[in-house]
Design a binder for this molecule. Structure first.
Ligand SMILES: Cc1cc2nc3c(=O)[nH]c(=O)nc-3n(C[C@H](O)[C@H](O)[C@H](O)COP(=O)(O)OP(=O)(O)OC[C@H]3O[C@@H](n4cnc5c(N)ncnc54)[C@H](O)[C@@H]3O)c2cc1C
Length: 415
């Protein structure tokens, strides 16, 4: 007998992993998406599995952000549109940049990081193919100042049990000959990995539907959450159809807040837009993923192509592409990879929205006001690699088990 009838709203990487974890625990799960599965932020991200990654709000971000704010070619761009919601979000964001808040948030992220690589390997061992590469990846720096920052971060995460090795520029070129010679050095993330995020998301959903009878319903946009006597009892689709369930899990990425608001719950987030382009691999082919430190651009080898991804743009919830920002990707990559120039043909262009809370931490837990509604979103730059642990925590909460980590700072009640 299934434990509960569960509806999951949103078939991105968080919904996919949650669906698998709940199916494995014997629940009867329906996965809904307004479009095709895995086509939101989870489609085109850099695919980095990066335990110990710092959240966006950190000491210095406000000063840097103010400098960059109105420059459409800076790594962080905030379009001038100060709505009250945005203003509130920015005040909370500024608070989360303070050193004490940052170190607390880093501890929370480190606790989520435990056994990340193992969690992905366990999924790969099910026979799901997503091009998982577990030999680590690196943050590469062209300048001494960048490398100094990497050293400081390596010290910080070492205290949290995460292993970053600082390597000199000569060693960087040896480990990845596709990068140019003469770089200052790199932080090699031994606990890191990378993979194809879209194949991962769709592979997990396919596996759960084949092995656990996951009920998959793409093209089923949810209009509202349904409640009765303060209990969540299901969802209403835009078609008007009501689907009932014992439990609902909201995993709709940046669209989670408007859905939660249909029953008076707030999950305040801003969309931090990012882009990717693809270029063909050339000789020597790139073997490892890298974040190109000074430009904040990530390069990930995916088959015969390299995905060049990055930029943070707070310009509302929309998928409008700013060409200048898209062009920054190849320009940024060309400073580190000789085979990429600004005239290198681009084979794919994509924009996605990272769901960002002001404190930089995800939201994982039961709704504070409506029973039987769980929220799992707000993973910002870390949704891909935090998906398996998020799913495990949701499954533990669903079974009234003590979660394996302290969820106090992730609780939806904090808003
Ligand atoms: C350029 C870029 C690079 C990134 N790089 C990395 C990285 O290297 N590593 C990493 O860990 N993270 C990275 N991220 C972040 C990562 O992509 C996100 O954190 C993650 O994909 C969020 O997953 P999600 O499932 O919450 O959201 P989504 O993938 O957006 O999924 C939400 C789903 O909900 C559905 N939905 C929305 N509204 C409704 C509705 N009303 N009814 C039904 N369904 C609905 C959507 O269609 C969508 O499929 C990056 C992001 C970007 C943009």
């Amino acid at each position: 007998m299934p434990e509960h009838k569960v509806i999951i709203v949103g078939g991105g990487v968080i919904g996919a992993c949650t669906a698998l974890a709940l199916c494995q625990r014997g629940h009867a799960v329906t996965l809904l998406d307004k479009g095709r599965f895995g086509r939101g932020a989870s489609y085109g991200n850099a695919g980095l599995i990066s335990p110990g990654h710092a959240p966006i709000p950190q000491p210095g971000t406000v000063t840097r952000g103010l400098k960059w704010m109105l420059d459409p070619t800076s790594p962080l761009y905030i379009a001038p549109r100060l709505s009250p919601a945005m203003l509130r979000w920015m005040i909370h964001f500024a608070r989360a940049c303070k050193p004490a808040a940052f170190s607390r948030n880093m501890r929370v992220i480190a606790s989520l990081s435990q056994q990340t690589a193992l969690a992905f390997q366990t999924i790969a061992d099910l026979g799901i193919e997503f091009d998982l590469r577990t030999h680590g990846y690196m943050d590469v720096y062209a300048t001494e100042a960048g490398l100094t920052h990497a050293r400081e971060h390596a010290q910080l995460v070492k205290a949290l049990g995460i292993h970053d090795e600082i390597i000199p520029g000569t060693e960087v070129h040896k480990r990845e000959p596709a990068l140019r010679e003469g770089l200052a050095g790199a932080a090699w993330h031994h606990d890191g990995a990378f993979a194809d995020p879209f194949r991962f998301t769709t592979g997990v959903i396919e596996y759960a539907s084949q092995h656990h009878a996951l009920d998959c319903r793409p093209n089923a946009p949810v209009a509202s959450i349904e409640t009765s006597d303060n209990n969540c009892i299901g969802v209403r689709l835009e078609s008007g159809q009501v689907l009932t369930a014992d439990r609902v899990v909201l995993c709709a990425g940046i669209h989670s807040d408007p859905l939660a608001r249909t029953i008076g719950i707030r999950v305040p987030m801003q969309a931090a837009k990012g882009y990717h382009v693809h270029v063909a691999q050339s000789s020597p082919a790139m073997k490892t993923a890298a974040v190109l430190g000074e430009t904040y651009v990530a390069v990930t080898p995916l088959g015969h192509e390299i995905r060049v991804a990055g930029t943070l743009e707070l310009s509302g919830t929309n998928l409008n592409i700013r060409r200048k920002r898209l062009d920054m990707l190849t320009r940024g990559a060309s400073k580190y990879i000789p085979a990429i120039t600004q005239s290198t043909p681009v084979t794919d262009e994509w924009v996605g929205m990272r769901p960002c809370t002001a404190d930089g931490l995800p939201v994982i837990g039961w709704s504070p006001t409506v029973k039987h509604l769980m929220i799992a979103t707000g993973h910002a730059m870390m949704g891909f690699w935090l998906a398996p642990i998020t799913a495990r925590l949701v499954a533990q909460l669903m079974h009234d088990e003590q979660p394996s980590i302290d969820l106090t700072h992730l609780a939806p009640a904090r808003f």
